[in-house]
Design a protein around this ligand. Structure first.
Ligand code: NAP
Length: 195
């Protein structure tokens, strides 16, 4: 397989996980103007491969950031949190399981198909509130300094680096963008990192 098409040989988790997954720039930018300031199909494929068949939990703004035709994300229970009463009954919410708290969202996710692995997919507001409950983070680092208005959460000292794909350097996307997939976990948990 050529370098530009390499995806990690996928993560194997042998214990229940509540993971976070995001893509960021070198400076930690994850969003700009309600969307993501890059186009990287290889990362979308990676995201799909990691989250498929598992529930995904997100904030209402992240849900809104998906074009209507791409939501709900197929073959995944899409759980969206909002404080807005009545939002669940609006056309925008079609296809989402709408809940009013993250505690409820994480319980619902664990009871959903594939709930042995729950993926919290953002954005920043939601990451900040669930990070305590998460044990894994899969972070795509994109080799760009493009500006934005939303930053990734910081991982504290209880988190440690468990591997990257590629091990050194970058993959190069078809459009020339460089990126790498990194795996982080909390505590003593053992996880397989991709090649
Ligand atoms: N690069 C990446 O991997 C990635 C991933 C995800 C998102 N993003 C980007 O991040 C940006 C969005 O992130 P964000 O931090 O602004 O917003 P967000 O976390 O996606 O959504 C925030 C919204 O979620 C709801 N919410 C948050 N906490 C809640 C709680 N405890 N209970 C109930 N509802 C709650 C509220 O909705 P209401 O206002 O409806 O009450 C709040 O306004 C976008 O630019 C998006 O593209 C990037």
């Amino acid at each position: 397989m050529s370098e530009s098409h390499t995806l990690p040989t996928y993560y194997r988790f042998e214990q229940p996980i509540v993971g976070m997954i995001w893509a960021q720039t070198n400076q930690g930018i994850i969003g700009a103007d309600g969307g993501m300031p890059w186009h990287l199909p290889e990362d979308m494929a990676h995201f799909k491969r990691v989250t498929l068949s598992h529930p995904v939990v997100m904030g209402r703004k992240t849900w809104d950031s998906f074009p209507e035709k791409f939501r709900p994300l197929p073959d995944r229970t899409n759980i969206v949190v909002t404080h807005q009463e009545g939002w669940a009954a609006t056309p925008e919410a079609r296809g989402a399981v709408v809940l009013e708290s993250l505690d409820q969202a994480l319980v619902e996710a664990q009871l959903s198909p594939g709930g042995n692995e729950v993926w919290v997919i953002g954005g920043r507001q939601v990451f900040d509130q669930v990070i305590e409950d998460c044990n894994v983070a899969i972070i795509t680092v994109i080799n760009t300094d493009v500006p934005g208005d939303t930053e990734a959460p910081g991982l504290g000292l209880e988190w440690s680096f468990r591997g990257a794909s590629p091990k050194e350097g970058w993959h190069t996307a078809k459009n020339g963008t460089e990126y790498r997939f990194t795996l982080w976990a909390k505590g003593d948990s053992e996880f397989e990192s991709p090649e």
